[in-house]
Design a protein around this ligand. Structure first.
Ligand SMILES: O=C(O)CCC(=O)C(=O)O
Ligand SMILES: [Fe+2]
Length: 355
């Protein structure tokens, strides 16, 4: 491996033979047939991309996730389910989200984000190789947790309801066997196509408070509207290495596992860099430099913090850098968005890339 310094912005052609110049998918009922998972995505608002990461590599990533939990030395042991307790783990909420500790930038997380089968799926949907990726949360859900509040349904869409049409495809890589009772993603089939009508019909309703405009929570009335319009909820199942993708307008949430199998997932959301502004990219560079996270939205409209709160106080186990800082390939570095920043070569040159 050689270490180089990147200081220029170039739009290289990665020549992905899977791109056919068909243009970005529209997910409005007018997409042509592809004969693969893209047809499911267009019709249902979600799809499973089987084997986006080979199973053995996915299991290795899961192993690194277990090791990362154990690295806090708080008493969690993957072989002893009785050690699944908030006092023995980094701070993870009842939805399974772990947001701090520089985790979004651990080398294994970047490894998952830059897997060719993962990036390639997004390249196909956007018909574009110049993409940026979110610095998202990581999900660790364990069964039978009585030490956390229950994970009540939180149906939502991750897109501003005043902005219509397909804007962003979200994704998560599933890393452990995930059957019907093993928790994980549940989606409302076909509701992406009714999204504009939904928000028109329900515009008078008081909104569930959201900390970003790119989030909308479905109330009981909203859930009834979806049911009345024939939309059904489906809990997805997946093997290690499968990529689950969904239109940001598709209503969804997650369920906790019910038997003995934990659920591990790494969220991977990409969008064309052409959809981000230079200001977005500079904010994204700042988030990368500080090793903090973003929401699912890769344009980094909101950036996070590495200060987890434990029992109302900063966690004494907080970290502000990953245990293993990422060694980014040239492809991965482009996904940070940094090489697309114009007229900022002095600062960009500080970022080291391992080719
Ligand atoms: O964990 C999941 O499957 C879904 C998570 C989600 O919807 C979110 O973080 O916005
Ligand atoms: Fe979501």
């Amino acid at each position: 491996m050689s270490t180089t310094t990147t200081s220029t912005t170039t739009k290289t052609t990665l020549a992905n033979p899977n791109l056919h110049g068909h243009g970005r998918m529209r997910l409005d009922g007018t997409d042509k047939q592809f004969g693969d998972w893209r047809d499911d995505l267009a019709r249902d608002g979600y799809a499973v991309v089987k084997g986006a990461i080979p199973r053995e590599r996915a299991m290795k990533y899961a192993d690194q996730m277990y090791s990362w939990l154990e690295s806090f030395n708080l008493g969690y042991d993957r072989n002893d389910p009785s050690t699944v307790h908030k006092d023995k783990l980094p701070v993870i909420n009842e939805k399974g989200m772990c947001l701090a500790y520089g985790l979004s930038h651990e080398d294994f997380v970047w490894g998952v984000r830059s897997e060719p089968g993962v990036v390639g799926a997004f390249e196909k949907v956007y018909d574009d190789e110049d993409l940026i990726v979110s610095f998202d949360a990581i999900n660790f859900q364990f069964p039978n947790r009585t030490d956390l509040p229950p994970n009540k349904p939180w149906p939502h869409q991750d897109q501003d309801p005043t902005k219509h049409g397909f804007r962003c495809m979200q994704g998560l890589v599933n890393l452990l066997p995930n059957g019907p009772d093993d928790g994980g993603l549940i989606v409302c089939k076909g509701a992406h196509l009714l999204s504009e009508q939904f928000h028109h019909d329900n515009a008078d309703e008081e909104r569930i408070p959201a900390w970003t405009p790119e989030w909308f929570g479905f109330t009981d009335r909203g859930m009834k509207w979806l049911a009345d319009h024939g939309c059904e909820w489906t809990k997805l199942t997946a093997e290690p290495g499968d990529l689950l993708v969904w239109d940001s307008r598709t209503p969804h949430y997650n369920l906790s596992p019910k038997r003995d199998q934990p659920r591990f997932a790494i969220y991977t959301c990409f969008m064309p860099v052409a959809d981000a502004t230079q200001e977005d990219l500079r904010r994204k560079k700042d988030a990368f430099d500080r090793r903090v996270g973003t929401t699912h939205w890769p344009n980094a409209r909101h950036t996070g913090s590495n200060v987890a709160q434990r029992d109302g106080k900063p966690d004494p186990h907080n970290r502000d850098r990953p245990v293993n800082d990422p060694k980014l390939s040239e492809r991965a570095f482009k996904l940070t968005g940094i090489p697309y920043i114009k007229d900022d070569s002095a600062t960009i040159a500080q970022t080291t890339v391992v080719a």
